[in-house]
Ligand binder design. Structure first.
Ligand SMILES: C[S@@+](CC[C@H](N)C(=O)[O-])C[C@H]1O[C@@H](n2cnc3c(N)ncnc32)[C@H](O)[C@@H]1O
Length: 564
């Protein structure tokens, strides 16, 4: 028999069951009889230690009742949820055309959000939740169009991101992160100070700073500041440079040594050059090159300030940072393969790219990219990477390394460029020596790269709270170039490569911040190449470029073969 609890202990008001509200007993009336039973029983004043005929103690029985009630509630909630979903599905989702019209005329954020949410739910349980006769592709198109409208992207880039992040939850996190600024970070310049001393000096000036991450000894994060971070006496004296944490990574991977000969092929405005100079302890010789004249000036500024010298920008920075082991040049980086072949211990190629990893800095990236633009980038990147390899000395006693980095998250500017170099030159990938990062792709959609591509590293704003970045470290194995079939038949290999590259000889390359660079070699006519034929999936996957569809011969060679 169930006894009513005396009113000693009222049920908590936050509880859904039997709470007595201010206006009377309405809630209690809503309890069904079994709830009332449990309610009464839970608060029963009977002796909790009494055993009954089932051999169960009173408290055990109450606990069993509670468990079965929880189960019942859960079941009811699930049924409710199903009802909601079904009712959500009951109304017809507009067609792609209707959505296009709607987004053109009166885009409404609430409607967009609701639709995005609904489509994601449907895609997650497609067989059960889709409307009959509607394909996954149709839902994906609806999702893509709504995401473009909500986040202000063009369809080209949104599709690429949807391919990169097939998990919708992650896609949204990535898109949200692209709209958020990254933390302000600075790099202490060991040529002029130590991080601890710098931190003290900056704290005294009213900056709130902390070590930036476990994996760097020179980075500080600036939480807030009463003074402009780029105008303190310490800044002007070159004790630090304002630099995103992602920019530390390629230089850490390069790991330049004192007394080496190092080339920073695309240096402006020399953020990374000044870091390299500090690791070389201002010894050896550091070439800081950039094809863009104005940016070269920035390098010089940074080099001087940090104790190193993008021509004017490069020179400015080199001065400020106290760099005095540097030579600044203003060339198409590929020229180095001709003027200084096989001569550097290490080369950093921080390549001009689409900037799809740093959208928070430049929103125009959201709408300015298309197939052609990306193709121009990777043609340039491949050309520069081969040149960097050719300018590196495989016989260097201390090095023989090339580090390739971009602030792009697109596969064709990253893994595909490395794959191309693996096929064209005697190089192998080596670990980048970086503590953080996600392995590069060895497979992406229908594409297959060399297994060692897992040694490359990817960085994402929503995962690492740093700019989207890619880093790969190559070791040169021989100074001789690989013999291609054509070169064996006496065709000049450089010419051969530029054709295979789809090298349209872009005479002016735009860097991600849209500054013009110096002229690249004259345009060569692109030969129609049978290998370049696509397989009909191209429309779906714009990265279906010739370089990624490895010739069968190469695929065979890589099969079961350990990286050299
Ligand atoms: C990603 S930015 C380099 C950033 C620089 N490493 C830093 O950390 O400060 C790429 C640079 O490549 C330069 N560039 C573009 N095409 C080039 C080429 N053919 N040769 C050399 N530099 C080039 C651009 O002017 C731009 O400054």
């Amino acid at each position: 028999m169930i006894k009513q609890k005396p009113s000693l202990e009222e049920p908590s008001s936050s509880s859904n069951e039997g709470s007595v509200n201010d206006s009377g007993d309405e809630d209690e009336k809503e309890l069904d009889s079994s709830d009332e039973e449990i309610q009464a029983d839970i608060y029963s004043s009977s002796d909790e230690t009494n055993d009954d005929e089932d051999g169960l103690m009173e408290i055990e029985k109450k606990s069993q009742k509670l468990i079965s009630k929880t189960k019942r509630d859960k079941k009811l909630a699930e049924e409710d949820m199903k009802l909601n979903i079904t009712s959500g599905n009951d109304h017809d989702m507009p067609t792609v055309d209707e959505i296009e019209q709607e987004l053109k005329t009166a885009p409404n954020l609430d409607v967009m959000n609701e639709r995005i949410h609904e489509v994601i739910q449907i895609l997650a349980d497609f067989n059960n939740r889709r409307q009959p006769n509607r394909s996954r592709r149709e839902y994906l198109t609806i999702l893509m169009k709504n995401l473009c409208s909500k986040y202000n992207y063009n369809e080209f880039l949104m599709e690429r991101f949807m391919q990169l992040f097939p998990n919708c939850g992650e896609l949204i996190e990535f898109l949200d992160a692209n709209d958020q600024p990254r933390p302000v970070t600075i790099r202490a310049n060991p040529l002029k100070t130590r991080r601890g001393e710098l931190a003290k000096a900056l704290i005294n000036r009213g900056m709130n700073v902390d070590p930036a991450a476990k994996w760097t000894k020179v980075g500080l994060v600036v939480y807030d500041s009463q003074v402009p971070v780029g105008a303190t006496p310490e800044y002007l004296a070159g004790h630090y440079i304002i630099q995103g944490l992602s920019s530390f990574l390629p230089v850490m991977a390069l790991c330049p040594q004192p007394n080496e000969s190092v080339l920073d092929m695309c240096a402006a405005p020399a953020g990374k050059t000044t870091h390299i100079a500090s690791l070389m302890k201002n010894t050896g010789i550091l070439f800081a090159n950039d094809a863009n004249t104005a940016r070269c000036k920035a390098i010089i500024g940074n080099l001087h300030r940090m104790g190193t010298a993008r021509c004017k920008a490069i020179i400015g920075n080199l001065h400020r940072m106290g760099v005095n082991n540097a030579v600044v040049s203003n060339l198409d980086g590929a020229e180095y393969a001709k003027i200084q072949p096989q001569s550097f211990d290490r080369i950093l190629l921080d390549a001009p790219c689409s900037g799809t990893g740093v959208i928070w800095k430049d929103e125009s990236v959201k709408t300015s990219k298309d197939e052609d633009d990306i193709k121009q980038r990777f043609v340039m990147q491949r050309r520069l990477l081969l040149a960097a390899i050719d300018a590196t000395d495989a016989n260097s006693k201390t090095g023989g390394y090339v580090v390739y980095s971009t602030c792009s998250v697109l596969v064709e500017e990253n893994e595909a460029v490395i794959q191309y170099a693996l096929e064209k030159r005697h190089v192998k990938l080596v670990p980048a020596g970086l503590e953080i990062g996600i392995e590069g792709y060895t497979k992406f959609r229908q594409f297959r790269f060399h297994p060692s591509l897992n040694l490359t590293r990817r960085y994402y704003p929503h995962v690492h709270n740093i700019d989207g970045f890619f880093v790969a470290k190559l070791k040169k194995l021989h100074n001789e170039k690989k013999q291609s079939k054509k070169s064996q038949s006496n065709v000049d290999e450089d010419e051969d490569e530029s054709k295979e590259n789809g090298n349209d000889g872009t005479s002016e390359e735009q860097s991600s911040d849209d500054e013009k660079t110096a002229k690249a070699p004259p345009k060569k006519k692109m030969k129609k190449n049978k290998k370049n034929k696509t397989n009909g999936n191209e429309a779906q996957n714009p990265i279906n470029e010739p370089i990624q569809t490895r010739p069968k011969k190469v695929q065979k060679k890589f099969k079961g073969k350990k990286s050299e």
